[in-house]
Design a binder for this molecule. Structure first.
Ligand SMILES: [Fe+2]
Ligand SMILES: [Fe+2]
Length: 195
């Protein structure tokens, strides 16, 4: 019961949830690098889905807040968006090669460094301020929206379908972004800020 309460409270706050996703992203990069064959492919698929949900949520929640409340917020956000675009391009390139291609791991390491540097910049420049600016109820409502988005992210691509990840990035990711945008608007309407 206590363990469950702790588990619940750990994901009740949108910032805790985003930080937890950063940690999951870090772990998945390690798993992709150290695994082989089908296990590597599945870990890579999970990484792509998590990155799609995570970056969409940040585009909807974190960056607009930073633009509004940080000194020089526009510049901070433009830098982060640029980093996210670069990562998306690398991710697509990785998806076009077999996971046992000799170029896969070096390219993945390149992506890992980029993504983790990007995450550290967000934590340092944006998340602290976000914590100050959002009330408890708002952070809780946004966490619900983010968990809902995770739940509707495509689970497993059909085995043997080539380019499933590319499709996720180009097609369903857009639908996911729309759905997430709606969920977040709803959450912000229903959760009056407690300051
Ligand atoms: Fe991000
Ligand atoms: Fe992030």
């Amino acid at each position: 019961m206590n363990a469950r309460s702790t588990e619940m409270s750990a994901t009740d706050d949108v910032i805790d949830l985003l930080l937890r996703q950063h940690a999951q992203i870090r772990d998945l990069f390690l798993l992709v690098t150290t695994s082989t064959g089908t296990e590597r492919r599945e870990a890579f698929d999970r990484l792509v889905r998590l990155l799609a949900v995570h970056e969409t949520a940040e585009e909807q929640i974190v960056h607009p807040m930073s633009r509004r409340s940080l000194a020089g917020g526009d510049g901070v956000v433009l830098d982060r968006l640029h980093e996210e675009e670069m990562s998306k391009a690398l991710l697509s390139e990785l998806d076009r090669m077999p996971t046992d291609d000799p170029r896969f791991v070096p390219l993945l390491n390149h992506l890992r460094v980029d993504v983790l540097t990007h995450a550290r910049a967000e934590e340092r420049l944006e998340f602290g301020r976000l914590h100050e600016d959002l009330g408890d109820a708002e952070r809780k409502g946004l966490a619900v929206a983010l968990r809902a988005a995770e739940a509707i992210a495509p689970t497993h691509p059909h085995p043997g379908v080539e380019g499933a990840i590319e499709n996720l990035l180009l097609g369903p990711a857009l639908a996911l972004a729309d759905r997430l945008r709606d969920l977040i608007k709803e959450a912000m309407r229903e959760s009056p800020s407690e300051g």
